[in-house]
Ligand binder design. Structure first.
Ligand code: UDP
Length: 374
């Protein structure tokens, strides 16, 4: 679908908070190069996404409104593909850009492929090694790689993975991850909101731990065990505190309230805006998380991270020595916390490591590659 008569046109699809954080700089960079850029939100997550649309000043051209309470991946995929069919026909882009591993991204890649529209995949080539974990993200990522025409690999390791899977090298660009672009932009001005600033003031001098946990694999016993370990760790060390922006998912909120509600020096927060979240990372002593994006952000800000997951598709942070893979057992989390508490050498060493995920210029590289290839 080449458009010799007009300037190139791309459509950019997102539906969740991390997709927008990573695609917002790509949208800006594409526009700077004169590429017509049309945005589509699936609204896979509405409440979590909205503040980010405002913070990044993104205008949504098409909203697919797929979200329903208790939705399954099949609900999101089927509604997404059906609605994209008419939206993509209307836009007629030369390329659809998707990001990462969400069901929105997979639905976009399938819909575009079926319409003969090229697909560009940001954050391509990540693999956890287990097709069912994280679910369904790992399989989404693998399937998108089969459907995509252009692959934007964050690291050389991601590029190697794609080459081994048979992706032609001419279709891969190593760009860095655009999360670093967004992060560096916001970090310059990141300032906590007045409520958060008050809590940071109250805990001045304390060793703050920032926790995020919301992945499907963590639900149930694993999450309950991890929260109990953190509660006991904070209770037994008066110079520590815990900050936890609690995800909106009921599987997270219920157990959080039961295990951590009312505990001293434990701050349960509503999901934070990006600027607040970055300010909190900056003010933390240690981060504990099962998130994908946080595995890229913590090293970018020189903060040590314990990854509470069985595996990771981002081994670069572990290899660089800035993150440790705890696994999914709460006993292991307890051991790691005690180790870190007893010896601060690791915490101090992290500040000096080079960021494995990029230099803040990923979006520029992605947009230039698109311009060359469409
Ligand atoms: N994040 C945020 N506020 C919060 C929690 C997370 O801004 O209260 C950001 C965080 O900086 C990261 C992204 O949300 O970039 C991660 O999203 P999430 O953990 O939902 O998804 P994942 O990265 O695991 O796919």
């Amino acid at each position: 679908m080449s458009r010799e008569d007009e300037s190139p046109k791309i459509a950019v699809l997102f539906g969740t908070r991390p997709e927008l954080i990573k695609l917002a700089p790509v949208i800006s960079a594409a526009k700077r190069l004169g590429i017509q850029t049309v945005t589509i939100s699936s609204s896979q997550h509405t409440d979590l996404l909205k503040p980010f649309i405002d913070a990044f000043s993104i205008k949504i051209d098409h909203d697919l409104r797929v979200m329903r309470p208790g939705q399954s991946p099949n609900d999101v995929a089927s509604r997404g593909i059906a609605r994209l069919d008419s939206v993509l026909k209307e836009i007629g882009p030369d390329l659809l850009v998707v990001q990462g591993d969400t069901t929105t991204a997979l639905a976009g890649a399938i819909a575009a492929f079926n319409l003969g529209i090229k697909v560009g995949h940001v954050e391509a080539g990540l693999r956890s090694g287990n097709p069912r974990n994280p679910f369904p993200e790992e399989m989404n990522r693998r399937l998108i790689s089969r459907l995509a025409d252009l692959h934007f690999a964050a690291t050389r390791q991601n590029r190697e993975t794609l080459l081994v899977e048979g992706v032609p090298s001419k279709n891969i660009a190593v760009t860095g991850n655009p999360v670093v672009d967004s992060l560096l932009f916001f970090a310059k001005t990141a300032k906590p909101n007045p409520d958060l600033a008050k809590m940071l003031d109250m805990t001045k001098g304390s060793r703050r731990i920032l926790l995020t946990t919301h992945r499907r694999e963590s639900f149930g016993k694993t999450m309950e065990g991890n929260l109990k370990v953190l509660r006991d760790f904070i209770a037994s060390r008066p110079d520590t505190s815990l900050f936890f922006p609690v995800h909106l998912n009921p599987n997270v909120r219920k157990v959080t309230k039961e295990v951590l509600g009312g505990a001293e020096r434990i701050f349960l927060l509503e999901p934070l805006g990006y600027s607040d979240f970055i300010a909190l990372i900056q003010g933390s002593w240690l981060i504990v998380s099962d998130s994908g994006g946080v595995q890229e952000e913590a090293p970018s800000l020189g903060k040590p991270l314990l990854v509470i997951r069985a595996n990771t598709e981002r081994p670069e942070a572990i290899e660089a020595g800035v993150a440790k893979l705890v696994g999914s057992s709460s006993k292991s989390l307890k051991r790691h916390l005690e180790e870190v508490n007893g010896d601060e050498t690791w915490i101090r060493s992290v500040k000096k490591q080079k960021n494995p995920f990029g230099d803040g210029k990923a979006a520029e590289r992605i947009a230039s590659f698109i311009q060359r290839k469409i």
